[in-house]
Ligand binder design. Structure first.
Ligand code: NAP
Length: 289
């Protein structure tokens, strides 16, 4: 029951009505039996600074940040964790004694289903399709978990190279246009192949990244960070090829679980969060039909 003592959490974005974070977090709050509440706040263009200051003034414990504010919020915060600094984006803010610290939990979220299934990426060769914001978080996660050999492929080679060189102080990353033989060579050797592009996401279910499945080792893990649909064409073809697969649902739950822990100091029940996310997705889908 919400009372005068209830601690506030939120997610901000523009738009925000589509967010499933309130369902996911409130289910975890209820399961943990802690006195928190999580709401969605629509912060319109030009009001980010007021919103951030307002959360601190109102005594919120913290908030999640989504599109379009993941980068623009950086200069408004008092401190950043290493992941947020390196990824250049914040998805979680913790407020303590009025000080606002930004975190990025996407990399830890990306790693969590691999960890949960006992799959270590230490010393492994990984290939990433796509060179956008999610690819940056995935690459940071792979580097921090000790992946040895990293390759990024994108339709735009310049963007792939720019992304790779932004990590040069941490690790050398190879970058190629994704139809090139040099990229195919990396695919042939890969232990883990990740799609971070929106190709295959609803309503474009027929689409996929360019990959020759005969080139892919059957022991390779194929990971698509898309979560709608649950099984993309990329994952369906990977399964047909005999590979183990992971979809984006656990990454989404994982980034939320990491944020939950930062705010509350409590480890949430990830199954409860997953069930709430699936339910929210289902009701969203039936509302559209
Ligand atoms: P982004 O910054 O826009 O980057 C998207 C990347 O995909 C870019 O490299 C882009 O290439 C490429 N791309 C986009 N459309 C393409 C097309 N039609 N053909 C070829 N390449 C294309 O987006 P993002 O934030 O990285 O998000 C990417 C995906 O990850 C989305 O589907 C998002 O839902 C998903 N995601 C999932 C989670 C999770 O928790 N599971 C978290 C974050 C993101 P150009 O630069 O050339 O356009």
């Amino acid at each position: 029951m919400v009372s005068g003592k209830t601690i506030n959490l939120a997610v901000i974005g523009d738009p925000i009505a589509h967010s499933m974070s309130p369902q996911m977090h409130n289910a975890a709050i209820e399961a943990a039996g802690i006195d928190y509440i999580y709401t969605a706040c629509h912060v319109k263009e030009g009001h980010l600074q007021e919103a951030v200051d307002g959360f601190a003034a109102l005594g919120f414990r913290g908030f999640n940040v989504t599109i379009p504010y993941k980068q623009t919020i950086l200069p408004l915060l008092d401190a950043l964790d290493d992941a947020a600094k390196m990824i250049g984006a914040v998805n979680t803010v913790v407020i303590k004694d009025g000080r606002k610290k930004g975190y990025n939990t996407d990399a830890a979220g990306f790693l969590s289903p691999l960890k949960a299934q006992g799959m270590s990426v230490k010393g492994k060769r990984a290939v990433v399709f796509g060179a956008g914001g999610a690819a940056r978080a995935v690459l940071y996660g792979l580097i921090s978990a000790g992946a040895q050999c990293l390759t990024v492929g994108a339709r735009n080679e310049e963007k792939a190279k720019a992304l790779a060189s932004s990590f040069q102080e941490m690790r050398e990353i190879a970058a190629h246009e994704w139809h090139k033989e040099s990229f195919a060579a990396a695919i042939r050797e890969a232990d883990l192949i990740v799609n971070t592009t929106p190709l295959g996401m609803h309503p474009g279910e027929d689409e996929t990244v360019p990959i020759v499945w005969d080139d892919v080792r059957r022991e390779a893990i194929i990971y698509d960070i898309i979560y709608t649909p649950a099984v993309t064409r990329f994952l369906r073809e990977a399964k047909e090829h005999g590979c183990k697969t992971i979809n984006g649902e656990a990454m989404l739950v994982g980034q939320g679980a990491e944020a939950f822990h930062l705010w509350t100091g409590t480890e949430p029940n990830r199954q409860v969060m997953t069930d709430a996310l699936r339910k929210a997705l289902q009701s969203k889908q039936s509302a559209m039909h």
